[in-house]
Design a binder for this molecule. Structure first.
Ligand code: F6P
Length: 366
């Protein structure tokens, strides 16, 4: 019976537990054994109790639990070849030759690298006497499938990452709450949301809550933004708005890549518009907590598809990532999706913001 491993890696996101549950149950349904790798790549490198067989009941009720119940970690040894050798050895000893990894682009790139080094890694383990030829014989091919778990919705090639809608929901209700208190005092608020390189959460939240101004990394404001922002807010106030809300992605910057901070925006509203202004940093409340319906649904059907992809893979199949495009679950080429994601970040770093927006597939009209 085939043994399929599942792990979560990188920053947690709501829906990761739903993905693990789906992979475990679909593996069992398809006649395979399911193994959870605890604490991300650390579990793969250290083995032992961190690799555990999962039965159907072990994932009962996981849909409604936030975070990742099998843990996640940023694992340095896996970045090194010696760490990946240890991981390969653990996989062979446990009879696991297929892995479903739910994580962001960094974690999934690591997985593809691991696969690319296979079977070199296990051959080396035979040469050094750590494994025998007979032991590695059944495990000549490693299957990897990626699921994208990230609140930032920062992976190209998929319309939604597991977790992004839960996070957006949380941001919207937090901004709604801020609205109430802001309106009571006629205050200004600058709300900082997550998104190191990706402004999706900030942009969507600003549309959904009717914010006055938004800052995102892909489309920095033009040079005279300070006056522009103040004019817009003044205009909104003159129409009777009792509160002003500016949403800022944590990775926001100006056209010269100089960071724009929430405090700087606050000072502008205070000094130029004479608004009593506060800063609210939503922080990790955006990441923890229950998954919304969409993320439970997405993680479940993508987890099922991940197991199908494992069972249908050939040694020639490029490592797939399970995506959703125009509401259809698809298998895409993982490294193509990662390359496109990196291209957005490179466009931002090169100050080619039109290209960044184009790559994100967002049409911008002022
Ligand atoms: O999950 C992605 C992300 O939310 C980023 O937007 C944010 O910068 C980062 O995680 C923070 O993660 P941590 O606190 O785990 O380093």
């Amino acid at each position: 019976r085939r043994r399929i491993g599942v792990m979560t890696s990188g920053g947690d996101s709501p829906g990761m537990n739903g993905a693990v549950r789906a992979v475990v149950r679909m593996s069992i349904h398809m006649g395979c054994e399911a193994y959870a790798i605890f604490e991300g790549y650390e579990g793969l490198v250290n083995g032992g109790d961190l690799i555990k067989e999962m039965k159907w009941e072990d994932v009962r009720g996981w849909q409604s639990r936030g975070g990742t119940l099998i843990g996640t970690a940023r694992c340095m040894p896996f970045m090194e070849r010696w760490g990946r050798l240890k991981a390969a050895k653990n996989m062979v000893l446990r009879g696991i030759d297929a892995l479903v990894i739910c994580g962001g682009d960094g974690s999934l790139t690591g997985a593809d690298k691991f696969r690319a080094e296979w079977p070199g890694l296990i051959n080396e383990l035979v040469e050094t006497g750590e494994l025998t030829q007979e032991q590695i014989e059944p495990y000549k091919h490693l299957n990897i499938v990626g699921l994208v778990g990230s609140i930032d919705n920062d992976m190209s090639g998929t319309d939604a990452t597991i977790g992004c809608y839960s996070s957006l929901d949380r941001i919207c209700s937090a901004v709604d709450d801020v609205f109430d208190t802001a309106a009571s005092h006629q205050r200004g608020f600058v709300v900082e949301v997550m998104g190191r390189h990706c402004g999706w959460l900030a942009l969507m939240a600003s549309i959904a809550t009717g914010a006055d101004f938004v800052f995102i990394p892909e489309k920095p404001p033009r040079a005279e933004w300070e006056d522009q922002m103040c004019d817009i807010i003044k205009k909104h106030r003159s129409r009777g708005k009792r509160r002003s809300i500016v949403i800022i992605a944590e990775g926001a910057h100006d056209e010269n890549l100089k960071k724009i901070t929430a405090n700087h925006v606050k000072d502008l509203l205070t000094n130029k518009l004479n608004l009593d202004t506060r800063v609210t940093v939503l922080g990790h409340t955006q990441r923890g907590g229950q998954a919304c319906f969409y993320d439970r649904w997405l993680s479940t059907i993508q987890g099922v598809e991940a197991v199908n992809a494992i069972l249908e893979a050939t040694p020639e199949t490029p490592t797939p990532v399970i995506t959703i495009r125009e509401n259809k679950i698809e298998r895409s080429d993982l490294m193509e999706a990662v390359a496109m994601t990196k291209a957005v970040n490179a466009a931002i770093a090169a100050k080619d913001f039109d290209k960044a927006m184009q790559l994100r597939d967002v049409e911008f009209k002022e």
